[in-house]
Design a protein around this ligand. Structure first.
Ligand code: DAH
Length: 360
């Protein structure tokens, strides 16, 4: 009888040791099998209970049952602990450290020319101008004729036009300009007509946009560039209004100390026409290569809207007057930052563009 007791206790001890070193569920399952399987250690010892003397049987039976109960619950606990620690391992492995600094994202910013255009919009907004956009693909009629530039007029030489080809003419090996007069606009001035025909006076509009010319590209000419057109139509506008406003705009853009001057100019759609210059920002007016030694830089053309253009826009020139101006934001941006070559704007070279990241 004491043999059986000893064997039972020995099995419990040995199993305890095996369990504490078991590292996987499979190992524990095999321990369970070794104990409780059909010919498992505990199964076999229980079977022997039948052959022990009757007086010892109750005590031994109770001991055997207790040991079985303890081992079963120990196996259960061990399995549970192992599963939990597996989950913990996974959770620890996949954990996200919320306090870690984020990876920096590549954030874009405005192109320096667009920053200038945006600044112009803001400045002119203060003078009551609203943005009025026009199409980049225009007609000869809007781009020239309605602006008082008839066909074959020598003034057309001022604009080297990109014509859209007549359908089929390229394939035929004889490209000719489209007979419906479709062209790429050479300036934003055609929007003057569109605005006059669409809006009621008083009109105060600003048209920023892309223009195209058949130009040989060099440091100061692109075949693609921006303009910002302005138009005012009202009953009592004068050249003095235009002058005062443009001087203020120049100060807003280039600082209070900027020098300004108006010169006579010529445009077919304004009469009189002027050019507006600012004192050279590179040499301070002394004269340098950037200003061709004149001390001045032209930033826009302007004038009183020509009576013919007013009429084409639907207004009686005896009743209404207006002024218009056309600015070159590419040029203005070059002056702002001392950029020497207009081609940099269209080169898509990030080493250049990212230097102007202030324009978010
Ligand atoms: N459209 C002219 C150009 O491209 C610029 C211009 C001059 C616009 C005088 C105007 C203006 O509105 O009044 O050269």
């Amino acid at each position: 009888m004491s043999d059986l007791r000893g064997e039972l206790e020995a099995v419990e001890r040995a199993t305890g040791e095996r369990l504490s070193s078991a590292g996987s569920e499979a190992e524990i399952e095999s321990i369970r099998h070794d104990l409780f399987g059909r010919s498992g250690q505990l199964t076999m010892l229980m079977k022997q209970l039948g052959s022990v003397p009757a007086e010892d049987r109750p005590a031994l039976g109770q001991l055997a049952n207790e040991i079985r109960g303890r081992l079963e619950s120990e196996i259960g606990d061990r399995l549970k602990a192992l599963r939990a620690s597996g989950l913990e391992d996974r959770l620890a492995g996949e954990a996200i450290d919320m306090s870690a600094p984020g990876r920096p994202m590549a954030v874009g910013h405005l192109h320096p020319v667009l920053t200038t255009i945006r600044d112009l919009r803001e400045i002119f907004h203060a003078y009551g101008f609203e943005v009025f956009e026009g199409p980049e693909i225009e007609t000869d009629e809007y781009n020239f004729e309605l602006l008082n530039i008839p066909p074959d007029h020598p003034a057309r030489d001022l604009w080297d036009t990109l014509y859209v080809a007549e359908p089929g003419s390229v394939e035929a090996g004889m490209p000719t300009p489209a007979t419906d007069g479709t062209i790429l606009r050479t300036h934003t001035s055609p929007t003057q007509i569109r605005a006059m025909r669409a809006l009621e006076p008083p009109i105060r509009v600003l048209t920023p946009g892309r223009c195209f010319r058949y130009e040989a590209v060099d440091a100061s000419h692109g075949f693609e560039f921006f303009q910002v057109e302005g138009l005012v139509v009202d009953r009592d506008t004068s050249l003095a209004d235009l002058k005062g406003m443009l001087e203020e705009v120049a100060r807003a853009l280039y600082g209070r100390d900027v020098a300004t001057r108006f010169r006579p100019g010529y445009y077919p759609f304004t009469e009189p026409s002027v050019a507006f210059d600012i004192g050279c920002l590179v040499c301070g007016g002394q004269g340098c290569p950037a200003c061709k030694r004149s001390g001045w830089m032209t930033i826009l053309g302007a004038g009183m809207v020509h009576p013919t253009v007013l009429r084409n826009g639907g207004f009686d020139p005896d009743e209404y007057q207006g002024y218009a101006f056309g600015m070159g934001p590419d040029r203005m941006t070059m002056l702002r930052h001392g950029i020497g070559d207009i081609r940099l704007f269209f080169g898509a070279d990030l080493r250049f563009v990212t230097q102007f990241a202030e324009g978010r």
